[in-house]
Design a protein around this ligand. Structure first.
Ligand code: GDP
Length: 213
């Protein structure tokens, strides 16, 4: 790791050990907060470990609530990081829930698409992929939306502790191959475990770096 990377990780670690707070939920675009701060959005299918990742990333166990009713919450949740304010984390509604009615899926598509298309302060999206499953068709839908709206994004593997090191290496290579085929995707994939804290320094650094880009 270069000295610059180390400095970035250190700055990111400090930032995320400072103030982080929930700002608001936006069920529709008219409820978005003013576009005054860089935003980094987190996307992923329901149960991928998004809430756990946001909590671990910000060192706050109850910040993002883990939903026990998948598919019910079609909202963008905004969290503010830093004092003075440096960036916002945006928890996007999960997708791919098995028994969701059609109108829920449609609402998800509208909300997400409108947000991605119109949000100038959105600097990057992080698309979470379960290490045990790799990239699925449903993940390619959001990746395509990001490619089409030219929002740069990065794939992040979750729950890395659930598989063996050799399997993790294989899924990471496959996921990177997938990312390289995508115009708006960063070629490097970060493997994480919210349970063990793996990859969190890199992820925090990636968030800060994106906010400052
Ligand atoms: P969300 O629906 O994407 O917000 O997912 P959650 O954060 O609620 O996590 C879904 C389930 O996966 C929960 O039972 C978590 O405890 C579990 N989980 C999340 N992250 C990890 C991880 O890094 N390792 C392990 N072993 N389990 C995890």
């Amino acid at each position: 790791m270069s000295a610059d990377d180390r400095d970035l990780e250190e700055a990111a670690r400090k930032l995320f050990s400072g103030p982080v707070s929930f700002l608001k939920s936006a069920p529709e675009l008219k409820f978005l907060p003013p576009a005054t701060v860089p935003e980094i959005a987190f996307a992923g299918r329901s149960n991928v470990g998004k809430s756990s990742l946001l909590n671990r990333l910000t060192n706050r166990s109850g910040l993002a609530r883990t939903s026990n009713r998948p598919g019910r919450t079609q909202e963008l949740n905004f969290f503010e990081v830093g004092e003075p304010l440096r960036l916002r984390l945006v928890d996007m509604p999960g997708y791919g829930f098995a028994r969701a009615p059609k109108d829920v899926a449609r609402k998800w598509r509208w909300l997400v698409n409108d947000y991605l298309r119109g949000r100038q302060v959105l600097k990057r999206a992080l698309v979470l992929i379960d290490s045990r499953h790799g990239v699925k068709e449903i993940d390619r839908e959001i990746m395509k939306m990001l490619d089409d709206t030219a929002v740069s994004y990065r794939l992040v593997l979750t729950k890395a502790d659930k598989i063996k090191a050799s399997a993790l290496e294989a899924v990471q290579a496959e996921t990177e191959a997938e990312a390289r085929k995508r115009p708006a995707a960063h070629p490097e994939v970060i493997a994480t475990s919210s349970e063990k804290g793996l990859g969190m320094d890199r992820l925090r650094a990636a968030v800060l770096e994106a906010a400052e880009s």
